[in-house]
Design a binder for this molecule. Structure first.
Ligand code: ZN
Ligand code: ZN
Length: 266
């Protein structure tokens, strides 16, 4: 008989700017929750809000909202999920199913939804307790490491493209080929857009060429001697094209934790 460990390792924020490695007691999931053995967790810039206390938070708190793992225990009343399934957990920690937004089918804006790594512990750990309604099934042919960043960075960029009025063949500009941008470029290309990746530096230029996702890359700054006015001109030109095709401003939360009533179009 295999003896299960009574503790698991986690990295938690304990005060402003301070992380520590700890052993936490292994607990059973409460009703409506599952326990997962974490296999991968992405590192998102928003995790710094947990570590630096930029959001209202009670330390200690384990950051990490791009987690993928395998269910090893289910709480009472959990249906549709079972031990052994590989699942993902994003920033939104699970809707309630009964508030006005949930009843309207707007689960993203549920008012009773915790944020993973902010109001309950996230994926910088070997084990997580997760609300079943916050789980996402991960297909077998997608590795945990590759799936993890899609749960925040990937979702954010994909949702922006999907909810844009732009259609296949339109010109889309992606500003910044970083953690989100390099995913946005790939989504846009596969969705049939003409893609312009805008960033500065030869490293980012090579990344765009290497992935061969962008049909056109415009490089700003660094080794190419360009005047500041020239750089601004190019940037605003691409932006104008995008804005022109995007049409009206749509104040709508797509994937992050802002309540839609707070959203503003500037
Ligand atoms: Zn709700
Ligand atoms: Zn994130």
């Amino acid at each position: 008989m295999v003896q299960r460990a009574s503790t698991y390792r986690a990295v938690q924020a304990v005060s402003k700017g301070k992380l520590e490695l700890v052993h936490k007691p292994l607990t059973d999931p409460p009703p409506g929750y599952v326990r997962i053995q974490v296999e991968a967790c992405g590192v998102c810039h928003s995790d710094s809000a947990t570590v630096e206390g930029l959001l209202p938070i009670q330390w200690p708190r384990v950051p990490g909202h791009e987690a993928v793992g395998r269910i090893d225990a289910t709480g009472e009343g959990v249906e549709g999920w079972k031990a052994g399934q590989r699942v993902g957990v994003g920033f939104l920690g699970g809707n309630c199913g009964y508030c006005a937004y949930c009843r309207d089918g707007d689960l993203v804006n549920c008012i009773n939804q915790d944020y993973t790594g902010v109001q309950h512990d996230g994926g910088y750990a070997e084990v997580m307790i997760v609300k079943a309604s916050g789980l996402i099934a991960v297909p077998d042919d997608l590795s945990s490491v590759n799936a993890a960043p899609l749960l925040c960075a990937g979702l954010t960029t994909f949702s922006a493209l999907r909810n844009s009025p732009a259609r296949a063949g339109d010109l889309v500009a992606v500003f910044g080929v970083g953690g989100l941008g390099h995913l946005g470029v790939q989504y846009a290309r596969h969705m049939g857009f003409e893609v312009v990746a805008i960033d500065r530096g030869n490293g980012r230029a090579e990344l765009s060429k290497k992935t061969r996702r962008a049909s056109l890359h415009r490089q700003l700054g660094d080794r190419r001697r360009q005047s500041a006015s020239g750089a601004r001109g190019r940037t605003s030109g691409a932006g104008d094209s995008l804005r022109g095709q995007s049409g009206r401003c749509r104040p709508r939360r797509l994937a992050t934790g802002w309540h839609r009533d707070f959203a503003r179009c500037h």
